[in-house]
Write a protein that binds this ligand. Sequence first.
Ligand code: PFF
Length: 474
Amino acid sequence: MSAPREHFSSKLGFILAAAGSAVGIGNIVGFPVNAAKNGGGAFLLMYAIFVFAICLPIMMAEMAVGRKAAKNPVGAYKALAGENSKWGLAGLLGIITPFMIAVFYTVLTVWIFIYLVMTVTGQLDYLASSQGFGEIINNPYYLFSAMIVVGGLIAVILNFGVKDGIERAARIMMPALFVMLVLLVIFVLTLDNAMSGLQFYLIPDVEKITPAVISGALSQAFFSLSLGMGILITYGSYISKQTDIEGSAKLVAMCDTSVAFIAGLMVLPAIFSFNPNVNPDELSDSSVSMIFVFLPKIFLALQTSVGYFAASAIAGVFFLLVFFAALTSLVSIIEVPVSYFIDERKQSRKGALKTVFISGAVLAVLSSLSFGLSDTLTNLVEYGGKNKSLFDLIIDMFYDTILPLNGLLICLFVTYRWKKHNLNLELSEGNKNFGKSFLAKYVDFSLGTFIPVILALIFINTVAKIYFGYNFFG
Ligand code: PFF
């Protein structure tokens, strides 16, 4: 017999772990940059509405499916739909997607770790120089040593299991992250011109809101809350029947949105202090690498007011913060395939970790070679009229395309296969009055109607845009 399933020690432990998954590079770097270029306060407002109106019901559905089945996504779909059901395929996507997202997220985390080390060793000026980023990401020595450190840290955390590994790491890193973030905000707000950044961030510019921005905000919210990735199914499988899913999901969503909001309070004023005549459209190349080029420049510019040492210290705290956020997110993504190998392939935790790490490391190494080190991987394929590297391909396929599809599948699954009264019953465990609440009715209605329609539209639009170069939104 296999060992009994591990559980989080308490509701708080679960919330911290789920928030640890949700709060990541997406919140601290992605959200502020997106908000800056897409209408500041208007983007924020729209984002918050999406988080609660669209993402929250999906989040609750994922947690409920996970807890009911007490399994990884493949096991969960099968347990609720029948062993031979085709829904097992949706579960399989729920394993492959986080695995592939972990690959590109690992590359980003590795870069952040290199940035952290270089900043605290006094090389912020090099990072901010025109050749810094390009040289760093193509330096095999940096890449592989950083990958070993990042991989080692994740392996140690996951090896300790759910309660002593994942939960403990989140209990330490999440509060530390929050304190560092708040300290940075306080500091940045004292800089010259910070107030114009704040104004820009908080005063909505409704004209900037276009259909493309709306769909971007929704994708950002979806990714940020770690939806469509089997994570909340997996974490849901580690919670007890006494845990109130509605309350926990609301807290996770609030925590995630607050961190994104607060990160905006630091990044935007810092950008304006760096260049008071900033034209936010200059930020508008949303490619991940642009952000890595831009961030050190912002921090270095602070040296005119606080000196090189303090500017480096601030940058160091910032990269440490992003590193913590990225680690707790990576841990959660990797736990999904690990739980699959434990449940379905009857491997030990150590064995499952070995399988996932070896295959993941090979792909992560290959992806990190696709920025120039290997010609073949850098120009791997061509579609939608563009040359794409292995890294681009993984982001296009798994982040942009399959993520909304997974969201759509879970909505269809709970509505048409598992049935909503079962969802309702599960959500009422640990929350006796849930069934009578307004939210219960809203979840019941939205998951079977407009949420899947919106996700289907996003999916179709993405496929048209990425693979056929056709943009419905002009
Ligand atoms: N939610 C994380 C972020 O916003 O950076 C990223 C993430 C974590 C995405 C875990 C997917 C995931 F499975």
